[in-house]
Design a protein around this ligand. Sequence first.
Ligand SMILES: N[C@@H](CCC(=O)N[C@@H](CS)C(=O)NCC(=O)O)C(=O)O
Length: 220
Amino acid sequence: MGLTVYKIDWSPPARAVIMTLEALNITDAELVDVSLLDGKHMSEEYLKMNPQHTVPVIKDGDFVLWDSHAICAYLVNKYGKDDSLYPKDLQKRAVVDQRLHFDTGILFPSVRGAAEPVLFDWEPTFNPEKLKVIQSGYDFLEKFLDHAYLAGDHLTIADICAGATVSSMNVIVPIAANRYPKISAWLDRLNSIEYFSRINGNGIKIITALFESKLNKSMK
Ligand SMILES: N[C@@H](CCC(=O)N[C@@H](CS)C(=O)NCC(=O)O)C(=O)O
């Protein structure tokens, strides 16, 4: 098939792509680690592939694509045996797209904004203002999570992408089940999926340990 994924396991968007591969039963992709903390994403070779220097990136033959949301949609469109993860129906797809954009524009920047200064040693602790941004993401999500999954009664790539993000936000600002019952139940539902708990759970363990080493304290 010739599919290569550039990733790092602690990155939520990278995990979303790996989970989408699993959901699609694609087992022969080559996975290449890009160590962000060592600056591997700033090498000339990597920048040629992705001038935005982010993970994940995929190469499918000669075709290169970055941004997890675009990648997950591409993978389902190209390799999905059916369209359940990314429905072709115009309005169903529009709702999935809205949730994906909510992840891109609201949820993911909140976790990146809080995590990056600590991970890259720019700040010794989480900035309290950034923690409020995470909380406001939960507030929005709780309001419109009115089905079993983000875009209805079935799992879609919106759940895979936002699930990877929200479970990482949860490491920084724990989700109180009494305040956010719908988010808590949704995360439990995602964690009951074997590949979600295995792949995402591994990333969460790594990011938790990274925070603990940077902050010099337990996150539990
Ligand atoms: N919208 C992008 C965000 C990707 C992103 O920001 N990844 C982070 C790691 S979680 C990264 O590569 N940071 C390094 C950098 O931006 O230089 C996506 O969904 O793929």
